[in-house]
Design a protein around this ligand. Structure first.
Ligand SMILES: Nc1ncnc2c1ncn2[C@@H]1O[C@H](COP(=O)(O)OP(=O)(O)OP(=O)(O)O)[C@@H](O)[C@H]1O
Length: 257
């Protein structure tokens, strides 16, 4: 029987609730962490080294099973599901560091993202979509990925991750190893993904830059979310700036002087 309920467009896409997780027998890394990602939203996780930011993404993508807590994607409980099921549920993970295959073409690298997609028409549609979203991917389609700059390779990784039509992309330190100008361009691409309707859960060392890009910020400390809210408000908070952003808030006046 068809449901007569209209889906709530603002309903959360990804809900990590009261997550406890760690590695092997070592102490817990995440200790009751709760993070929510809504449609077309960039949520960024910032916090000190070792706070557990990357661990949150590993839990969300099914690489690390939480010891307790729940994971819901689009309202469906997927706690304890493995990576393949998480992809099917609508999550895609762009790992930290560089993961393009340098001896393969851009086309082959992007095509790998569609390895599990059997519908050829859908693969063609997704290919058109990522080529439009990332013009450099289209321009360099036949070139070896190793011949691209670091920022361009990152866009190939983004394109590859979108081939499975995710609802939420998990981005682990996309600025790693990139100079500030290239980092700016990569963050512009993150905004383009968001504007194309793909929500992002972003982990960044470069906390200020990430908060300038994100809609919502979550500051992690001691394995849980210490504070969260609109990214612009977190950026403007002097205490947070002092503790986590390497100094006082940036103001237009301060930047201009
Ligand atoms: N594969 C692993 N095996 C064991 N411990 C791990 C593993 N990966 C991470 N850890 C530990 O988990 C804790 C959190 O690591 P995580 O990488 O999630 O932090 P992070 O906030 O992303 O740090 P950074 O900003 O330095 O990347 C750290 O103490 C780390 O040593």
């Amino acid at each position: 029987m068809a449901s007569d309920r209209t889906p709530d467009p603002a309903a959360p896409l990804l809900e990590l609730t009261d997550i406890e997780a760690g590695y092997g027998r070592a102490a817990l890394v995440l200790r009751g962490l709760t993070v929510t990602v809504r449609p077309s939203e960039i949520v960024c996780l910032v916090g000190p080294n070792g706070a557990g930011k990357s661990t949150v993404l590993k839990v969300a993508s099914g690489m690390l099973t939480p010891r307790s807590g729940s994971i819901r994607v689009g309202g469906v409980d997927v706690t304890r599901h493995g990576p393949q099921d998480m992809i099917r549920a609508g999550l895609s993970h762009v790992l930290q560091g560089h993961s393009v295959f340098k001896e393969m073409t851009v086309a082959e690298n992007v095509g790998l993202g569609a390895y599990t997609v059997k519908d050829k028409a859908l693969v063609a549609e997704r290919t058109d979509f990522v080529k439009t979203l990332f013009p450099v991917v289209a321009d360099r389609w036949g070139d070896l990925a190793g011949a691209l700059s670091g920022g361009q390779q990152k866009q190939v990784e983004f394109a590859r991750s979108l081939m499975v039509s995710p609802q939420v992309v998990l981005l682990d330190e996309p600025s790693m190893g990139l100079d500030p100008k290239t980092t700016g361009k990569v963050f512009e691409q993150v905004v383009r993904m968001r504007d194309a309707g793909i929500a992002c859960l972003l982990v960044e060392q470069n906390a200020r830059r990430a908060l300038e890009t994100a809609d919502t910020g979550c500051v992690l400390d001691l394995g849980r979310v210490h504070i969260s809210g609109p990214a612009s408000e977190l950026l403007a908070d002097p205490q947070l700036a002092e503790l986590y952003l390497g100094g006082r808030p940036h103001t237009k006046e301060a930047t201009a002087s």
